[in-house]
Write a protein that binds this ligand. Structure first.
Ligand code: HEM
Length: 427
């Protein structure tokens, strides 16, 4: 078999490979969760996700730890909120080891609080709203204007690259060579692709991951070193990390590089997948396209309701740090607890007609961006990017609509959800 060099790795292929790994068997996960809530009870003793044929932390450890799966809104909220009892450190045991302990997702307690405090200001709305003009410019000039004359397209062709292009620029990578971003993003996806359940694929996927991790390290280090050597301060993520100080601690180059690298997989394809879900709901819901086109103030509601109804990540896992109990079921210390986000987000006891997509519903917290201490730090950036993208599409692609020559878009995937192509026409 020809092995792919890190240079050859294409963004589209890397994205497809991740989608294939996390798509699973095709069993309808929403239906399965509803059935469990109605007939099976609030706690499933075991790895509920196994049936969908996607890699889980429990599965990768081959049943060596007791595993419990929860479905109800209130239980998911309690687990995500209580990061002392339900910890994330185990994430660093597998691929996290590549990140030298500097992966924020896998930090607990005081270390997490400190790192989060250091990074958080760069991601708050008051910081990121300043980037709106640049995001709009990139979206319009680099993506939609070159497309406008074609009058038809698969909108996900730019949906894959657009969040990456925006995010890397905001992080502080030089903007003069966007092609490089594609390569970096492909590497970032290859890191994620290292989790495989098929034993014949594990070795090759891990090898690819290893190459990608190293290649990304070297590329980011170059950028950080150049930035440190220049006296000019730029208000982007790398600039902020170079000057960041929290309780007397500053970051050295190795720490900055490792951090930035661990952010990359979180920052690109999550937005692509979510944008694909948002557009699918926009096009497939009767009357919605015209309503939102005519009233752009509805875009945030469209995004929020999609993140509730079709979260791109279907579950999150935590480890019990002590013996505990959920709904009368004893959870021994060391167990995995899988919170089914996809279930809690439609729990009928909290969301009236939870299985109905309704952008006019009264919004309540849901879990598509997580909840509690680890809640997505990049959610405001992602929402801003999607908002700019949808606005620009309406402005530059008149009478945008689905292309009747293609099947209507479908959201699929058991672990990572999304829609791979959305064929549209405009006048
Ligand atoms: C629509 C797109 C996105 C979705 C659906 C999403 C989803 C999530 C979720 C569910 C979590 C919680 C993980 C957990 O509790 O274990 C999370 C955490 C995180 N996300 Fe996002 N994310 C998105 C975009 C972004 C972007 C653009 C960034 C930019 C840097 C980002 C960076 C992070 C980071 C660093 C964390 C870890 C935070 C922590 O551990 O304290 N995400 N994201």
């Amino acid at each position: 078999m020809k092995t792919q060099s890190s240079e050859d790795l294409q963004l589209e292929a890397a994205y497809k490979s991740v989608s294939d790994t996390y798509r699973g068997t095709g069993i309808d996960i929403h239906k399965a969760c509803k059935k469990q809530r109605e007939e099976g009870g609030p706690v499933y003793e075991g790895d509920f996700v196994t049936q969908f044929g996607v890699p889980t932390n429990a599965g990768l450890q081959q049943g060596t730890r007791p595993t419990f799966t929860i479905f109800d809104y209130k239980d998911v909220m309690s687990v995500m909120r209580d990061n002392k009892t339900y910890t994330s450190g185990f994430i660093a045991e597998g691929l996290g080891a590549f990140f030298d302990g500097l992966i924020i997702l896998a930090m607990d307690g005081e270390q997490h609080r400190q790192v989060r405090s250091l990074l958080q200001p760069a991601f708050m709305p008051e910081s990121i709203n300043k980037w709106r003009p640049e995001i709009e410019l990139v979206m319009r000039r680099d993506f939609l204007e070159p497309l406008a004359a074609k009058k038809k397209a698969d909108i996900m062709e730019f949906g894959l690259f657009f969040p990456i292009r925006v995010m890397y620029a905001l992080m502080g990578f030089p903007t003069n060579d966007p092609e490089k971003y594609k390569k970096y993003a492909a590497w970032a996806l290859a890191m994620v692709g290292g989790n495989q359940i098929d034993p014949t694929k594990i070795e090759e996927a891990r090898r690819q991951s290893g190459i990608a991790v190293k290649a990304l390290y070297d590329s980011i280090l170059e950028v950080v070193q150049e930035r440190r050597a220049s006296d000019e301060y730029k208000d982007d993520l790398i600039g902020r990390l170079i000057t960041a100080e929290f309780e007397g601690h500053t970051l050295d180059d190795h720490e900055i590089v490792t951090f930035v690298r661990s952010l990359l997989p979180a920052a690109g394809e999550t937005t692509t997948r979510t944008l694909s879900c948002v557009l699918t709901m926009l096009f497939n819901t009767s009357g919605l396209l015209d309503r939102v086109r005519d009233d752009r103030a509805l875009i945030p509601k469209l995004i929020d309701e999609t993140v509730r109804y079709e979260p791109m990540g279907t579950f999150r896992t935590r480890e019990a740090s002590k013996d505990t109990e959920i709904q009368g079921v004893k959870i021994p210390k060391g167990s995995f607890v899988q919170s089914m986000i996809v279930s809690a987000n439609r729990d009928e006891t909290v969301f009236e007609n939870g299985h109905e997509f309704n952008i006019d519903r009264k919004m309540k917290p849901s879990f598509g961006f997580g909840f509690g201490a680890h809640m997505c730090i990049g959610q405001f950036v992602a929402k801003l990017e999607m908002n700019c993208a949808i606005n620009a599409m309406f402005d530059l692609l008149p009478n945008l609509r689905l292309d009747p020559d293609y099947p209507a878009p479908v959201i699929e995937g058991a672990q990572l959800r999304g829609c791979s192509s959305i064929h549209v026409l405009w006048d």
